[in-house]
Design a protein. Structure first.
Lengths: 365, 500
């Protein structure tokens, strides 16, 4: 019984993202019953669901990093799109200069871009943890300057990744029915799960996010932990940039992962995480990220005027956030309590109405 | 003739999911009296106060204010009807000025008249004898002055009833007397004061009547003069007092020539304590005595490297070590329960389990997490051993009472099996029962060979637990006391005479 209760509590954390997901699915099913239909084209699955999984890959990975940064530093990294653009520019340059592209080239390029991501993370992390700059202000620097750096790395053009391996990473590997970015995302999520399981990352990050002073007196160095979350964010940005550039087939320093930090922050919030740091749920953020992608695609499917899509999205999010706010939750809980007590109060009357023999006796009392 | 009753609460009941916080509690307050509300943590004092101030809604019962039934829907409601409250944690804005803090959110006018406001504040501060300037930033005042400003704020609302929840817990004796003068002044003006405190001496010094609660039930209402202290304590604890009074004083271990567990020479820290020498032997309990701000906390923080160590030499079991950080200190077998439980001790949103295993987990290292099962076992073990009242190991620590939170922090350090454990004010803001439990535990641990430093504002408590007192004044050690027949008087005298 207590076990069941803790399970329930864990689920109540995910109530918001899950209920939104269900609502979106219902809307889509009303629009057309074939929503879940999956077709096989050239040996790979296509359809609404695979499209969402495919489209949300970068966002999911970035939301994971954002969750860590938010939890520990109590702030957000707004330079993730730019940091992804820079690290992927470096990846592209390495691959283009290698001449003959083999899987090894791609792998080395990927690792170099991860290193670039880590360096960017270290830059942001140093500002936030050692110089106590607010995360948004610290990351504003790269948010403003990052794309110029990427543009310069690109050599002021948008280089094209015309090789078969990149194409396969961005779309599908022949013989494997699931699109590659979906697989990469799944592998990434699994890796994060392993890290959370084999280290104290969660305990340390949560302790630092909730009470840095107490964390310090228990031997945790809050500065180091905040720094570490920015390094993780850097890796996430590099992986997301890698997937994005392989999907696109060319490096567009201006538009690659543009404004994705907004969706990443939203995914974290939607996942039931406090943007003020502390306890976090990676599962929530992941579901949040997929939900946002589904929302985008639902609005497209409903043929909302493309110019109006952002307005619809905004309205949807406002409604959602109000519904999920503690005020409404408390109100709903109270209302539920009342309904229950009324139902309980009426219960004997009901029985009386059902059983005829009882009724006269009651009148007599 | 009975004095005029200003507040009457009848048959108050309040339940929270799974807990019956108050059951059929009555409470009356007369005009111009100081009424102490007593009870251990979890007795229902806070709940009763929160119902009276409109923070919680009662499930049943009635409240009469000056004979008329009233119903408070919100704290604002209660305030408007003349109930002022000052809570333990000061709920003011440190970055605003003193005058702003007194008047903020109060004016009916749309605009602030700075001059009038400052003049009015000045007048109020001087009439109440509060040493602060209206234009000073609140954060620059001492905690005691901030506390008094909070009272000034509450009083200004023409209040008929003033509730003081643990107002003295961060004040030193002198400041307490100033606060009491303020309370007597208000009493003379006809304000009914509800006074909540853990300091029993203070209750006897200032209160007229006492109401005792236990486990959410009313135990009784007494004239202070008619209730001996020992009876009050036994009523609060709900057991005969033999337990408390019979607690034998710790037999001081004779200072042996063995190598001290920890020895410090000319240790100093960035927090501004004068270089001091210190040593502790195996199985010894010593303590830093002194007034608030005398440097007792800063001294132990220097030992644990909680503040940056700026000089001196530390030897542990004769081996010279340089302790650079709390983690380093922990690795040397030192544990530290900080003075500020809320700010430095608990990780409030984390579960009881995570709070218990935290220090051990950190010692084990980042890459060696305890398994869920192990963590659960450790938590269960200490919940039982220290009798921590928590619904489950998963409960966030913030929902426990202060005493139980403190036990969790104790459990956290005991789990690391420290050789030397520093307890800075482990009993502050804690009910009498838990206090005695903690004192006993300290003695048991020492018996088992642990060395402990015990700091408390209550000297009698230190006398009971420590075999050696290091007396501090103005951030300097002024002397040492040991022996079985020490009295509070001795300590006071040393503080008074020592130094300078």
């Amino acid at each position: 019984m207590p076990r069941l209760k803790t399970r329930f509590n864990a689920l109540s954390h995910l109530f918001l993202p899950l209920s939104v997901l269900v609502i979106l699915i219902l809307i889509n099913l009303i629009k057309g019953a074939d929503y879940f239909k999956i077709t096989v084209v050239n040996g790979a699955f296509y359809g609404n669901i695979p499209n969402i999984l495919f489209g949300a890959s970068e966002l999911v990975i970035l939301s994971i990093g954002m969750t860590f940064v938010t939890a520990a530093s109590r702030g957000q990294d707004i330079s993730i799109g730019e940091s992804g653009a820079i690290s992927s520019a470096i990846f592209v340059q390495y691959v283009l200069r290698a001449g003959n592209v083999t899987l090894g080239t791609i792998l080395v390029g990927f690792l170099i871009s991860c290193l670039a991501g880590i360096i960017i993370g270290a830059f942001n992390g140093t500002l936030v943890s050692f110089f106590n700059v607010q995360p948004m202000v610290a990351t504003l620097i790269l948010f403003l300057g990052g794309r110029s750096i990427a543009f310069i790395i690109d050599g002021k053009v948008s280089p094209i990744l015309a090789n078969e391996i990149s194409n396969r990473i961005g779309t599908v590997i022949p013989g494997i029915p699931i699109q590659t970015p979906i697989i990469l995302t799944a592998v990434f999520i699994a890796l994060v799960a392993v890290v959370l399981r084999t280290t104290n990352l969660r305990l340390y990050v949560e302790a630092v996010g909730i009470n840095p002073s107490a964390a310090r007196l228990n031997g945790i160095n809050p500065k180091k932990i905040i720094f570490l979350t920015f390094l993780l964010m850097g890796v996430c940005a590099a992986v997301a940039g890698f997937i994005a550039v392989n999907k696109a087939g060319r490096h567009d320093s201006v538009n690659l992962l543009k404004f994705i930090m907004m969706d990443a922050i939203l995914a974290v919030a939607l996942g039931g995480n406090s943007l003020g740091g502390g306890k976090f749920s990676i599962t929530g953020s992941i579901i949040g990220a997929y939900t946002i992608e589904m929302l985008n695609r639902t609005l497209l499917r409903l043929e909302v005027n493309p110019e109006a899509i952002k307005v619809f999205k905004a309205v949807f999010i406002i409604v959602l956030m109000v519904l999920a706010s503690p005020v409404v939750r408390d109100f709903a809980a109270q209302a539920l309590e009342k309904v229950k007590s009324i139902a309980a109060g009426r219960a004997p009357g009901h029985r009386g109405a059902l059983s005829m023999t009882d009724a006269p006796g009651k009148k007599g009392e | 003739m009975q004095p005029e009753v200003i507040l009457k609460m009848e048959g108050i009941c309040k339940s929270f999911p799974g807990v019956r916080a108050l059951h059929n509690v009555d409470f009356t307050l007369r005009k111009g009296e100081i009424h102490a509300l007593m009870g251990e943590n979890g007795a229902g004092k806070s709940t009763l106060i929160k119902i009276l101030t409109g923070v919680y809604q009662k499930d049943a019962g009635q409240i009469f204010l000056e004979g008329r039934p009233v119903h408070f829907r919100s704290p604002q409601d209660a305030q408007n009807m003349g109930i002022g409250t000052v809570f333990q944690e000061i709920a003011l804005c440190p970055n605003l000025t003193v005058a702003e803090n007194i008047f903020i959110g109060r004016g009916r006018e749309r605009f602030v008249h700075w001059k009038t406001m400052n003049a009015k504040a000045e007048e109020m501060l001087s009439s109440l004898g509060i040493p602060a300037s209206p234009t000073q930033e609140l954060g620059s005042c001492s905690i005691a002055v901030q506390q008094m400003i909070a009272i000034a704020r509450a009083v200004d609302m023409d209040c008929k009833i003033l509730i003081l929840d643990e107002p003295t817990s961060s004040l030193d004796e002198d400041e307490v007397q100033k606060l009491f003068a303020l309370m007597r002044e208000l009493k003379a003006r006809g304000v009914g004061i509800i006074f909540i405190t853990h300091f029993i001496d203070q209750v006897y010094e200032i209160s007229d009547r006492i109401t005792v609660l236990r486990n959410g039930e009313l135990i009784g209402e007494y004239e202070t003069t008619a209730l001996p202290q020992i009876e009050l304590i036994s009523k609060m604890m709900g057991k005969a007092l033999s337990d408390v009074s019979a607690m034998k004083k710790h037999e001081p271990r004779k200072a042996d020539d063995s190598v001290p567990v920890l020895e410090a020479k000319a240790l100093s820290s960035a927090a501004g304590v004068r270089p001091f020498d210190f040593s502790i032997h195996k199985g010894e309990v010593n303590g830093f005595a002194g007034l608030l701000g005398s440097g007792r906390s800063e001294s132990v923080r220097a030992i644990f490297a909680a503040d940056k160590v700026t000089g001196g030499e530390v030897r542990i079991n004769g081996r010279k070590v340089k302790i650079k950080s709390p983690l380093h200190a922990m690795k040397q077998g030192i544990g530290y329960l900080p003075e500020d439980r809320k700010g430095d001790g608990i990780i409030d949103e984390l579960s009881v389990r995570d709070n218990i295993i935290l220090a051990l987990q950190v010692l084990k290292g980042f890459f060696r997490p305890l398994s869920r099962k192990q963590a659960e076992e450790f938590a269960e073990q200490f919940i039982e051993r220290l009798d921590i009242k928590a619904p489950s190991t998963n409960t966030p620590i913030k929902s426990l009472s202060g005493g139980n939170q403190q036990k969790v922090i104790l459990a956290r350090w005991l789990l690391t099996h420290p050789e030397y454990l520093i307890l800075d004010e482990p009993t502050r803001g804690i009910d009498v029962g838990t206090k005695v439990e903690i004192q006993k535990l300290v003695l048991q641990l020492a018996e088992a060979g642990m060395s402990l430093t015990f700091i408390s504002s209550e000297i009698d408590e230190m006398l009971r637990v420590c075999s050696r007192l290091i007396v501090m004044k103005d951030r300097e050690i002024v002397g040492e006391l040991s022996g079985t027949d020490l009295t509070e008087q001795d300590v006071m005298q040393m503080i008074a005479q020592g130094g300078r």
